[in-house]
Write a new protein. Structure first.
Length: 287
């Protein structure tokens, strides 16, 4: 898909929407259908067995670190209008698929991995998610997207891979509407993992966003000792499907009982807002 096709697709999806009145993600599953687990859309993947698809339908995506992370990310998204979302580094696309459960929401899912984009496109097509548009490309694509178009930018476990992070943050800032927000989840480490370009630390992290034009960001620590311990148990069981099937529901329960945030976390949830002109503060849409 070229940039012109992408713009046409975005605008064709962009029905009028009461942005200022929309304070949280509305999941129509809560209205007249059973509550659906986070990531259950991936049961549509045909390369898994019938048993695997049934398990995912009930319990959602089977990746405990992703589920722990999602508690914080979805909490942050509820602080903003979610009518037009830019999901950068969509990964498995699980957030894009979750958000577009609301037929009024529009998500552009951008990723450099063509296979992941193809998977998201296939699942959204099976589910009839007309609000989900996919685009394969690198960070250079950001500057070609419409300015001041998106209400929220979402970057989960991806900013550390961009070769020019200050430019990427400026590009994301320009894509957001005034008052819109950028929701980021990143690791804080002392050494690089493969393909990473940036090591984040608490002293300089706020300034990355301030220098890109955002208001001073709200930062929370995630993945404390208990969450990491649950993750280690999950890793030990992941190679044994029968064991994982028994243990995973218990791990999900344990993850749900621990606080979203901690004082000893190895990752950071960052919520950065684009200022409204002539306003020194940007009020939250909901608390």
């Amino acid at each position: 898909m070229n940039c012109e096709d992408m713009r046409s697709s975005l605008h064709s999806c962009a029905a009028p929407f009461p942005w200022a009145d929309y304070a949280e993600i509305h999941d129509p599953a809560l209205d007249d259908q059973p509550v659906r687990a986070f990531g259950c859309e991936y049961a549509c993947r045909q390369d898994w067995s019938r048993w695997q698809r049934a398990f995912i339908t009930v319990f959602g995506i089977v990746d405990l670190p992703s589920r722990i992370r999602a508690r914080a990310v979805l909490w942050a998204l509820q602080r903003f209008s979610c009518d037009h979302i830019l999901d950068v580094g969509t990964g498995t696309g699980v957030y894009a698929l979750y958000i577009t459960r609301d037929a009024e929401s529009r998500v552009l899912a951008l990723d450099i991995d063509q296979r992941r984009i193809a998977s998201v496109s296939d699942i959204s097509g099976q589910l009839g998610r007309i609000g989900l548009t996919t685009l394969c490309g690198d960070d250079g694509v950001l500057s070609s997207l419409p300015r001041a178009y998106f209400s929220v930018g979402l970057a989960v476990e991806v900013l550390q891979y961009f070769p020019d992070l200050p430019r990427t943050l400026r590009d994301l800032h320009e894509r957001l509407r005034p008052g819109g927000g950028l929701v980021v989840h990143i690791p804080v480490r002392k050494e690089f993992w493969p393909y990473e370009r940036t090591l984040f630390d608490d002293a300089t992290l706020p300034w990355l966003f301030i220098n890109a034009g955002f208001e001073p960001p709200e930062i929370h620590q995630t993945f404390g000792r208990v969450a990491l311990a649950l993750g280690r148990v999950f890793s030990r069981c992941a190679s044994r499907p029968a064991v994982l099937a028994i243990v995973y529901p218990l791990l999900l329960l344990g993850a749900a009982l621990i606080p979203k945030f901690t004082n000893s976390g190895e990752c950071r949830l960052v919520i950065a807002r684009k200022p409204i002109p002539n306003s020194s503060t940007t009020p939250l849409l909901s608390e």
